[in-house]
Design a binder for this molecule. Structure first.
Ligand code: C5P
Length: 227
C-alpha cells in the first residue's frame, strides 16, 4: 500500500511549504482541481524540482464526451504525471476511447476511474444513481476493468468487493482516510489505515489529517510505519 498526500491548501506557497516538509518521504502527491486550476503545469514542475522522485497523481476526474476526454488524456500525457483519473459514469465508450488513445505511447500514467465519491451518503448517492453505493461501485469498477483501465477510486469499504468482481491486481485508491480516527470533515465514509490495509487498498489518499497537523512530517511518518 502507498500513501498519496492531497495538496489541497489555499495557496501555492502553502502547498510548496508542505512538500518541503515531507520531501524525504516516499509518497505520492495528489494535485487536485483547485490547485491545478490555480497553479497549472508550473506547479507540477516545482514539485519535481523539490524532489524528482515524487510521483504525481493529477486528480482532475475527467467527465465529458468520449472524444473530449481522449483529447484531454493526450494533453495530460504531455504533463509527465504518473497517474490521472476519469469518472466511470462517463461510460465505457469514453473510458475505452481514452485508453485506446494512449496505446501509442511506450509508457503511460496509471489511469483510474472514479466510482462513488466518498463524500456521498447512501441516500444522496441513490438520489443521483438510483442504486446503492456498493452495488453501483462494483458495476462502475467492472466497466472500468473491461475498458482497460488500471483501477478505481473508491472508498475503503468497497475495495475488497471491487477486487472480487474484477481481479486482485485491479488497483483501488481510497480517499476518505482518517489514519488514526481524526475528524471526518465532509467525508461520510471514512476508514483508518489498518482497515484500508485489511481491505487490500493499493493507495490511500490523505489530505486534512496531514496538512492541518502542526507537524505534517510526523503524521506521514506514522502512516508509513503503519503501512
Ligand atoms: O482532506 P481529505 O483527506 O478528506 O482529502 C481527500 C482528498 O481526496 C480531497 O482532495 C478530495 O478531493 C479527494 N477525493 C475524495 N473522494 C473521491 C475522490 C477524491 O475525497 N472520491
Amino acid at each position: 500500500m502507498e500513501l498519496c498526500v492531497a495538496l489541497d491548501l489555499p495557496t501555492k506557497q502553502e502547498n510548496l511549504d508542505l512538500i518541503h516538509k515531507i520531501k524525504n518521504y516516499d509518497v505520492w502527491l495528489k494535485v487536485g482541481l483547485r490547485t491545478y486550476i490555480r497553479d497549472g503545469e508550473e506547479f507540477l514542475k516545482d514539485i519535481k524540482k523539490i524532489n524528482p522522485d515524487f510521483k504525481i497523481f493529477l486528480d482532475l476526474k475527467l467527465y465529458d464526451i468520449p472524444n473530449t476526454m481522449a483529447d484531454s488524456a493526450e494533453s495530460i500525457m504531455g504533463l509527465g504525471v504518473d497517474m490521472f483519473n476519469v469518472h466511470a459514469s462517463a461510460g465505457k465508450r469514453a473510458m475505452k476511447e481514452v485508453m485506446s488513445r494512449l496505446v501509442k505511447y511506450d509508457t503511460r500514467p496509471i489511469v483510474l476511474a472514479v466510482t462513488a465519491l466518498t463524500s456521498f451518503t447512501e441516500e444522496e448517492f441513490t438520489e443521483v444513481y438510483e442504486k446503492g453505493i456498493s452495488n453501483k461501485a462494483d458495476q462502475f469498477a467492472k466497466d472500468a476493468y473491461e475498458s482497460g483501465l488500471d483501477g478505481v477510486v473508491c472508498s475503503a469499504f468497497e475495495s475488497e468487493s471491487i477486487k472480487g468482481v474484477t481481479c486482485k491486481e485491479f488497483m483501488t485508491l481510497t480517499p476518505g482516510i482518517r489514519p488514526f480516527g481524526e475528524d471526518a470533515g465532509d467525508q461520510k465514509r471514512v476508514a483508518n489505515v489498518a482497515f484500508a490495509k485489511s481491505a487490500l487498498v493499493d493507495f490511500i489518499v490523505v489530505g486534512r489529517p496531514i496538512y492541518q497537523s502542526e507537524d505534517p512530517a510526523s503524521v506521514v511518518e506514522r502512516i508509513l510505519k503503519e503501512i
